[in-house]
Design a protein around this ligand. Structure first.
Ligand SMILES: [Fe+2]
Length: 284
């Protein structure tokens, strides 16, 4: 990220997701030890699907060459993680969720960074002294599927700032800004003070944005807080919380919203917002 320009651009954010994926995010979530049989089955099916699209839509040589050029740009621009997380990951998550109990998950996205500051059960996320935005307090409890509180559970959270950028992916934000690992107390409870996240565009100034514009789509994701909720001997939940009535909640470019993950924060007389949300973890 030392090569990034001083003014943030969306494509900086998109391409640096490649560096963070290579640096450890991939290892943190596991990569399959894949058999020849599985590669043959899955890759054959992918190629068959591509061939069917070419036949059904009578794809021309100029279109094929444009696609080839765009795929090369996507790789050279470092945007494969961005593209796959926005347009493909939600279905991988949907398949994984079929065998899972507890709080619903959703996509991880490209902006997770491990090893953030550990914080007590009641804590404010690290932020700049003049962090813009509306104060938001999220409290709740982490429980197991039998209703028992989970002490020492970790809520590894990250979100964007009021201008729509994530720390670690925009040079104007300090490292660790609006990121942290909150650890629940004996009663499994937590209370996180932060700001309301805002809707943001996936990068529009790189190859992913070029495709979105060429297809006449929009590049927006609704406001959300990202969380990994984990505890020993329990399956880690990768999820996001959204806001009722917010823009793009019903039209997320990444197709990652779920009704069970939408909050309706209460606005207090002092202008701050509060939400309650409990997380349920299943045993490993
Ligand atoms: Fe996000």
């Amino acid at each position: 990220m030392t090569t990034m320009k001083q003014s943030p651009t969306a494509s900086d954010a998109g391409s640096s997701a490649t560096a963070s994926f290579r640096a450890g995010s991939a290892a943190a979530f596991g990569e399959a030890q894949t058999s020849t049989e599985r590669v043959n089955t899955v890759v054959r099916a992918v190629l068959d699907a591509v061939h069917a699209v070419i036949r059904d839509h009578q794809v021309t040589y100029p279109e094929f060459q444009a696609a080839k050029r765009w795929l090369m740009d996507l790789g050279e621009g470092g945007e494969w993680p961005l593209f796959l997380d926005v347009f493909v990951e939600h279905v991988v998550e949907e398949v994984a969720a079929r065998s899972q109990q507890g709080t619903p998950g959703t996509i991880l996205g490209p902006y997770y960074l491990p090893d953030q500051k550990r914080l007590p059960a009641v804590a404010a996320l690290p932020a700049r002294p003049d962090e813009p935005g509306s104060t938001w307090v999220l409290s709740g409890q982490v429980r197991d599927v039998d209703g028992n509180p989970v002490a020492g559970a970790e809520l590894d959270v990250w979100q964007n700032s009021a201008d729509g950028f994530y720390s670690g992916f925009a040079p104007h934000l300090p490292d660790g800004n609006l990121r942290g690992v909150i650890v629940t107390g004996d009663d499994g409870r937590f209370e996180i003070t932060t700001i309301l996240p805002v809707p943001y565009q996936v990068p529009t100034d790189g190859p992913t944005g070029e495709l979105i514009a060429a297809a006449g789509w929009h590049p927006w994701r609704p406001a959300h807080l990202h969380l990994l909720v984990r505890a020993s001997e329990h399956r880690t939940i990768t999820t996001q919380l959204y806001f009722s009535g917010g823009r793009y909640v019903d039209d997320d470019v990444a197709h990652a919203t779920k009704a069970e993950l939408i909050l309706d924060p209460e606005k207090l007389p002092d202008g701050t917002y509060r939400s309650e949300y409990d997380f349920v973890l299943e045993r490993d």
